[in-house]
Design a protein around this ligand. Structure first.
Ligand code: SF4
Length: 291
């Protein structure tokens, strides 16, 4: 893993595509992701973004944007004004092309410095999205921010099993992420488990019972329609669909998603979101969209 540092001119990116209906901005404290070679990295849509990877293998580099907090404070007033005028509110997704809580964050503290800057200049809404149980280490800061803005912590837990055949282990185990969600949930933070991308779930009833205790809501997103292509073709170029099919042949299809959504709705009535609607905090019983 090549770790480097850089300074950026701006840090708030106006959203487009999948995220456009979710938040007005995204914020990446890092370029690259240390979890790129773990389970989530296999189907990670960012690995296909040549502009971002600059030709390097996904998971082989991490560039820390060490002045991210400073850049946030410099741009926040202009971007807040624009977002309130054009998008109905200033909402930040942190993060969509890296993980805010990569292991190097403990030493570098880039995400932490951004969260501290947000205490001073809070967005209207903050979505903290992570695959890492390390988010719970920031409980105090997250709780303080929840007092200053509408905050949701999204913890990705795509399955109830840690391993798919032939694929690497996850960044944090299912049990660790479930425990982290619970810590924040019990501290009064609004927590969403994002089952994204949906992987085969061995015991869906039991899984969603656990989610119901650890989180306020759940979002289910299939790689078909969820990977930035309407037919999942980006993920189809990776080893993920075959590994999913080896466990459950139906799982690479939208019929599987619909079956899992139905079970989730039984266990968490009114607390289930699907696809981009779910990421935008619309948890209801509307039929799942077809890709
Ligand atoms: S943590 Fe997120 S950005 Fe990083 S590899 Fe996994 S899915 Fe991609």
């Amino acid at each position: 893993m090549q770790v480097s540092e850089t300074r950026v001119r701006s840090i708030l990116t106006r959203t487009s595509g999948y995220l456009r209906g979710v938040t007005s901005h995204s914020l990446q404290p890092y370029r690259g992701c240390s979890y790129g070679r773990s389970l989530c990295g296999v189907g990670c849509y960012v690995r296909h973004n040549g502009w971002l990877t600059r030709g390097a293998a996904w998971g082989s580099f991490l560039e820390a944007r060490i002045n991210a907090a400073e850049a946030y404070l410099e741009g926040v007033e202009r971007e807040r004004r624009w977002a309130r005028r054009s998008r109905g509110g200033f909402a930040v997704f942190l993060s969509s092309s890296t993980d805010p809580f990569v292991p190097q964050e403990r030493k570098l503290g880039v995400t932490r410095s951004v969260l501290e800057a947000m205490l001073v200049e809070p967005p209207d809404t903050l979505v903290l999205q992570t695959h890492s149980a390390r988010v719970a280490e920031q409980r105090e800061l997250v709780c303080a921010l929840a007092e200053r803005c509408s905050l949701r912590v999204h913890v990705s837990i795509e399955s109830d099993v840690d391993r798919l055949p032939g694929l690497p282990p996850p960044a944090s185990s299912v049990a660790e992420r479930m425990a982290a969600a619970r810590v924040l949930h019990d501290a009064g933070v609004f927590v969403v488990v994002t089952v994204s991308p949906l992987l085969p779930i061995r015991d869906p009833g039991r899984f969603f019972d656990r989610v119901a205790e650890a989180a306020d809501a759940v979002v289910i997103d299939h790689f078909i329609g969820g990977d930035g292509t309407s037919d999942g073709s980006r993920t189809s170029r990776t080893g993920l669909p075959a590994a999913m099919a080896a466990v459950d042949p139906e799982s690479p299809t939208l019929a599987y998603r619909d079956r899992i959504v139905a079970i989730a709705r039984e266990r968490l009535p009114g607390r289930v979101g699907v696809g981009p609607h779910g990421f935008a905090a619309r948890y209801g019983d509307a039929p799942a969209e077809r890709a």
